[in-house]
Design a binder for this molecule. Structure first.
Ligand code: ZN
Length: 456
């Protein structure tokens, strides 16, 4: 039998097993489900062992556990591949909006419905099944494979950085594939090449010691709210959308003609985009398409602005203090630390007279991420997706960040490739989450092909 025949023959059992897996309510956000996350970890470790993976074990953390397993007998001339996913799920509420209960999953219309079916239990089960099929049919795997599955992705992986740092040698690898990822649509594949980073600051401008009467003191002292507005306005050109902070774009990797052609190839309906947001027109950095700005150009946005009187009617006050929260979405190779320093320098240089200002960092930094062109793992994934979907995958980027990818890059020095088979319309994080069984099967074939290609 070939591995494809093995997959075809055992699909019913795989679906029943996925139903069992989804039945475990491994909601990482809720303390009352702590034991369920542990049960899911045990399920995963046992399932890895049943597939023929060795050293399958639960890795304790200070919070929810992770699971590791490996098979390292392909030979030192073969690459070592790390496969990642997560077995925790989002809370299922509001429960009354589910057609069938979130933790009593069922199969309807070629889809498996239940919390975590798509994100990421169905996704992370796929490479385990691919490994089982290859092991069953050939007695081995074409490459050295390490699995790392976590139980806290949906709460931001708070305890994973020390675990990955501590296990750095054991997790050392040549390539990383994340089984937690989306394809472009049910029938179209994508390769995500870039993710944006994040950096935030709060700027506080102080004037008088307390709020003052604008009739008594207006014209005598400066108004922190006006000064802050002028300061903020000096950070971005109102017409071109260019950020005017000195050095802000210094480390940005410019789009090549090839990058721009790849982005232009991805369908984009600007009218639909505007209708979806409700904005009267698009706006952003001059010289770039909307999608280029969304995916590959950095941003600076005011997220909140506070000061003075906000109630009904008029209050003739000169506020003593005004503040603004700002975040920047960063692109490779911008560094959150450096951008924060540039903003602080801009504030110092452009602060209107008669007030003082303070710049404080906000939590939640993320480094930008961009897979280098010609990257070996990405090329293999592209070829496999083209074979499996019958057309070349779209080369895309994401405006948000995925912390585990930057964590892997920092700790293991490897750019991960998203190789997951969910689709964005599958109600991830919402009621009636489902996973298309067609893509559950397609993913198994794709992972077998990928491991074979990497070993060949
Ligand atoms: Zn996920």
């Amino acid at each position: 039998m070939s591995w494809q025949e093995y997959l075809d023959t055992h699909q019913d059992r795989f679906e029943q097993e996925l139903l069992d897996f989804v039945r475990i309510p491994s909601v990482s956000a809720r303390p009352e489900h702590m034991r369920d996350v542990e049960r899911a970890a045990r399920w995963v470790a046992d399932r890895l062992a049943a597939a023929g993976i060795e050293n399958a074990e639960i890795l304790p953390t200070t919070g929810h556990p992770a699971v590791y397993g490996d098979w390292l007998h392909a030979g030192t001339d073969k690459p070592s591949v790390l496969i990642y996913g997560h077995f925790d799920v989002q809370p299922a509420e509001p429960l009354d909006l589910w057609t069938s209960p979130p933790f009593d999953p069922e199969i309807r219309d070629g889809r498996l419905w239940g919390r975590g079916a798509s994100d990421d239990k169905g996704g992370m089960f796929i490479p385990i099944l691919a490994a089982e099929a290859l092991m069953a049919e050939t007695g081995r795997l074409p490459v050295n494979v390490k699995f790392l599955f976590e139980g806290q992705e949906e709460i931001g992986s708070p305890d994973m950085p020390p675990v990955i740092a501590a296990q750095r040698n054991r997790l050392a690898c040549d390539m990383i594939f994340s089984a937690d990822g989306l394809q472009w649509s049910a029938q179209e594949a994508q390769i995500v090449m870039g993710l944006k980073g994040l950096m935030g600051v709060e700027i506080t401008v102080d004037g008088a010691a307390t709020d003052q009467h604008s009739g008594l003191h207006g014209g005598g002292i400066n108004n922190p709210l006006m000064a802050l507005s002028q300061l903020l306005a000096s950070m971005k050109d109102a017409q071109t959308g260019r950020i005017t902070i000195d050095g802000f774009y210094d480390d940005v990797i410019d789009l090549s003609d090839e990058d721009r052609a790849e982005i232009a190839r991805v369908p984009f309906d600007e009218a639909g985009y505007l209708a979806e947001t409700g904005a009267p027109a698009s706006f952003g950095e001059e010289g770039y398409s909307v999608r280029e700005r969304l995916w590959a150009r950095p941003t600076l946005e005011i997220n909140g602005l506070t000061g003075g009187y906000q109630g009904a009617g008029t209050k003739t006050v000169l506020p003593a203090r005004a503040s603004a929260k700002i975040t920047c979405r960063l692109v490779a190779d911008q560094d959150p630390e450096r951008i924060a320093a540039l903003i602080a320098a801009h504030v110092e240089a452009h602060l209107p007279p008669g007030v003082t200002a303070q710049v404080d960092r906000l939590a939640g930094d993320a480094d930008p991420f961009l897979v280098p062109r010609g990257h070996n793992a990405t090329r293999a994934a592209e070829e496999v997706l083209a074979e499996t979907y019958g057309a070349a995958p779209y080369i895309t980027r994401v405006g948000g960040s995925i912390p585990i990818m930057t964590l892997f890059l920092r700790e293991l020095g490897v750019h991960g490739v998203m190789f997951g088979f969910s689709v964005g319309d599958e109600n991830l994080h919402a009621p009636d989450e489902f996973f298309r069984l067609e893509n559950f099967r397609r993913g198994q074939t794709a992972y077998c092909r990928l491991l074979e290609k990497l070993g060949g």
